[in-house]
Design a protein around this ligand. Structure first.
Ligand code: GLC
Length: 425
């Protein structure tokens, strides 16, 4: 291929802004939350529509305080929240303005919960994103005939139009469900064209699901999805536009609250996954299922706050760091930002008095291959303590002599800041 064909396209400003948001909160919440067995319960238990509809009469949202959720997200170091405005069961958290009476204003809550969500986010400087299903079990959109499907699409697009016009500027729309009718003409040009017209700054995502992570679809898509899967580096050479990526993941095994799901990932694992996403420039959208009443469960809230404490000293590389073409061993990697490099070190151990810590190891020199600028200084980002280094400039090798954690902390992933001699940018 000739050089121009291999060029890497420049990201649109909205995509650049999205990438810098880095970390978001995914919320799956709806009438199903009352059953505490995830968001697929209607389908899984084949609950008849009439029976399922009754769930709206007990859906009170009595503990839904959008601003306190946005505040929690902020404490977690998250910059955006993606909330299920409507999921596959067809219940809308927003006022559908006559399109359907299976919505929050017609529930026991009697409120437009999306209006509250958007307001709560804005009060905390969090960007609201709207998840919206494209699969709708009430319409049987996955099995109905073509004529019914056409009607359904009109309903779907009219619904999205409400979201684009009634809630001010939003961060983006996150669609999910096209996989339920893979061969259908979803009229995406029409839908995405409307979004571009009404919300030109909004990111458009359409989840490719568990089976097709990272797959690029319609040309208007701004970010590919990695559902429950570590993102890969995208090869953007010769691509018509710069598309970014976002990994979404459950904190346990369910998106909607699972009362009997104890399979929680550890804080350590979540931090590693956040880092692993940033390694390839992807965002990390971490999911929590609020309770039936709309509260964030305690365990999830505490975990989110802990991640926020980790992010605090690492904010610069986490939000602004970009991948560089340098190689490290194992899971370690390097990001660059503002002329500095940031070395992300995994598997370090605590070293200390033999009576307080058993694990010694992990410390010692670690190499970076592909670094040809003279290093001036290296230090841990968390406490500023200096690190020794050695370099072979011609060979493009550097080694940073990593110290273990002093007894008193264990960051799981520890980040070293590498500064270069002047004029070597
Ligand atoms: C899947 C599921 C859905 C969940 C989504 C989140 O596509 O159908 O329940 O909302 O993934 O990524």
């Amino acid at each position: 291929m000739s050089a121009p064909e291999m060029a890497i396209p420049k990201p649109e400003p909205r995509v650049e802004r999205f990438e810098k948001m880095a970390f978001g909160l995914f919320l799956h919440w709806g009438v199903y939350s009352q059953l505490g067995q995830g968001e697929w319960i209607m389908h899984r238990k084949s609950i008849p529509i009439e029976e399922y509809t009754k769930l709206k009469d007990t859906f009170t949202a009595s503990q839904f305080d959008a601003q306190s959720i946005a505040w929690l997200a902020r404490q977690a170091g998250m910059k955006y929240i993606t909330l299920t405005t409507r999921h596959h069961d067809g219940f809308s958290l927003y006022d559908t303005r006559g399109l359907s009476d299976f919505d929050a204003p017609h529930s026991a809550a009697k409120r437009d919960l999306i209006a509250e969500f958007v307001e709560g986010c804005r009060a905390e400087g969090i960007v609201p994103f709207f998840y919206h299903t494209t699969l709708d079990w009430r319409w049987q959109s996955n099995t109905c005939d073509d004529a019914a499907f056409e009607k359904y699409l009109d309903y779907l697009h009219a619904s999205v139009e409400i979201l684009c016009t009634r809630y001010g500027q939003i961060g983006g729309l996150w669609f999910d469900g096209d996989w339920s009718r893979p061969k259908a003409d979803w009229k995406r040009d029409r839908l995405y064209g409307m979004i571009r017209r009404l919300q030109p700054e909004a990111i458009i995502v359409n989840n490719t699901g568990l089976q097709h992570p990272g797959e690029i679809g319609h040309p208007e898509i701004d970010s590919v999805t990695y559902e429950q899967a570590m993102p890969r580096a995208l090869d953007r050479r010769g691509q018509p536009k710069y598309v970014t990526g976002e990994m979404c993941q459950t904190m346990n095994s369910h998106w909607g609250v699972g009362r009997m799901d104890f399979n929680y990932k550890s804080t350590a694992e979540l931090i590693q996954t956040l880092c692993g996403s940033r390694r390839v420039g992807a965002n990390y959208l971490l999911n929590v299922g609020p309770t039936a009443e709309g509260a964030i469960p305690d365990l999830e809230a505490a975990t989110l706050r802990a991640i926020g404490r980790w992010i605090e000293p690492h904010a610069e590389p986490i939000y602004n760091g970009k991948p560089v073409g340098a190689k490290c061993l194992g899971r370690d990697f390097v990001l660059q930002s503002g002329g500095k490099w940031y070395y992300f070190a995994f598997d370090l151990r605590i070293s200390g008095h033999e009576n307080v810590t058993l694990a010694v190891g992990g410390a010692g020199p670690r190499t970076i291959q592909g670094l040809r600028k003279p290093i001036r200084a290296a230090r841990w980002l968390d406490d500023g303590s200096p690190l020794q280094f050695a370099q072979n400039l011609d060979g493009g090798f550097a080694a940073i002599d990593l110290t273990g954690y002093p007894y008193g902390s264990n960051y799981v992933v520890r980040v070293a800041e590498i500064e270069f001699a002047a004029d070597s940018r």
